[in-house]
Design a protein around this ligand. Structure first.
Ligand code: LMR
Length: 400
């Protein structure tokens, strides 16, 4: 009899979540997790934000029904997402030429974007940055789309390879989707400046390329509004775009799975029609999103006091990460490393691209119980004053 599961070889572990599982199983004392992109505070724990606790208290009292949400989720949440992306006064919001669907996390937003692209134009090529979040190519491939790469990171200057990126865009077939990280690029921590975003926006428009923006770290670089500058530049008058939001990090709502898919079209009617197609993709996938996380976000955004508290708490996370960047560079020097690590202070958001090679990453894990993603990405938010010294000693040892 032909069987399906007998004698199967196991699939490889996930490049990021597989490390999280391995870390949990590791029984060595003093182990350090710089792999998965989860914020940790100075004590090394992942806090629930105070504004979230307060919103949850209020939700518990309000005792909302647990009936299904619409396919596009909670309407007030969707409106809040657009306000965060563009600001209340933005032409896109006033014209109503964006339509948003709440999704279970940023990953489902990317998948819904991919399924919608496939439905509307199955021949669309999706160009992803080299490097990018390892799940990006898997999601687009799973949706049946062809995935290509464009240069992004200049390893020699630890910065943006802008000229190479623009040159590659000149050769992409019109109608292709270009996946861009709205800010705090994952894994490199290298973002375009506003001027560079403008240059990118010009080529996208001239070449008729669709910006497909993954935006998961709003507030982790400079501030809530400041970090959305790139998106505003990319979404100029009349420009179409797809934006995938995640609130895992900036609301600390990882396990609640809170994200959104926003389709920006030339006018309100086109946006609504486009969303009607996205809805059919969502319905065939997870049907409709879970309510709790979105209710928390909507409650925080709607209440000026909670919103102020949230912005303060995001600023606190940002300040701590930047403090750790500085401390890391100083401690590497104190540990006798002769490498120039100053680029770590220039990179933005949760991650830095350390330049550690796979052999060094393996040694960190096997000899020192330090977990780093295979491509050398380190989660700076996993550093604390308590673990910085053993961490830097180990990195100095493997990079000698
Ligand atoms: C990460 O990049 O570590 C996070 O976005 C978590 C994930 O799902 O990979």
């Amino acid at each position: 009899m032909a069987t399906l599961f007998h004698n199967l070889q196991p699939a490889p572990p996930d490049a990021i979540l597989g490390l999280m599982e391995a870390f949990l199983k590791d029984s060595r004392a003093g182990k350090i997790n710089l792999s998965v992109g989860v914020y940790q505070d100075a004590r090394g724990t992942t806090p629930t934000l105070e504004c979230v606790r307060e919103a949850e208290r209020r939700l518990l009292e309000a005792d909302a029904a647990k009936s299904y949400l619409p396919i596009t989720g909670l309407a007030e949440y969707d409106a809040g997402v657009q306000e965060l992306l563009f600001g209340e006064e933005h032409e896109i919001v006033i014209a109503g030429r964006a339509s948003t669907a709440q999704t279970p996390g940023g990953t489902a937003a990317v998948r819904a974007a991919a399924d919608t692209l496939w439905k509307l134009r199955p021949t669309t090529k999706v160009y992803i940055s080299q490097p990018t979040w390892p799940n990006h190519p898997s999601i687009f491939a799973a949706a049946g789309l062809k995935v290509e790469v464009y240069p992004y990171f200049d390893a020699d200057k630890n910065g943006l390879a802008l000229a190479a990126m623009l040159a590659a865009m000149e050769h992409m077939p019109p109608g292709s989707a270009v996946l861009l990280h709205g800010g705090c690029h994952n894994p490199t921590g290298v973002d375009p400046t506003p001027d560079e975003w403008r240059k990118i926006a010009v080529v996208l428009r001239e070449r008729n390329l669709l910006p497909l923006i993954d935006f998961a770290y709003q507030g982790f670089a400079e501030g809530i509004r400041e970090d959305a500058r790139g998106i505003s530049i990319l979404c100029g008058p009349g420009q179409e775009a797809i934006i995938c939001s995640s609130f895992s990090k900036n609301f600390g709502l990882y396990s609640e799975r809170v994200g959104a898919l926003t389709l920006v079209a030339e006018d309100r009617a086109a946006a609504e029609t486009a969303m009607s197609h996205a809805k059919t993709c969502i319905r065939a996938n997870y049907s409709n999103p879970p309510a709790h996380g979105a209710r928390i976000v909507a409650a925080i955004l709607a209440d000026p006091q909670l919103r102020g508290q949230w912005e303060e708490e995001v600023a606190g996370m940002r300040r701590r990460i930047n403090g750790m960047r500085k401390l890391f560079v100083e401690t590497m020097k104190a540990c006798g490393s002769t490498r120039d690590w100053s680029f770590i202070e220039r990179q933005r958001g949760m991650f830095s691209f350390s330049g550690l090679n796979p052999v060094q990453v393996d040694r960190l894990r096997s000899e020192f119980a330090i977990y780093v993603v295979g491509n050398g990405r380190i989660n700076v938010a996993g550093m604390t004053e308590g673990n910085i010294m053993p961490l830097c000693r180990a990195i100095a040892a493997v990079t000698q």
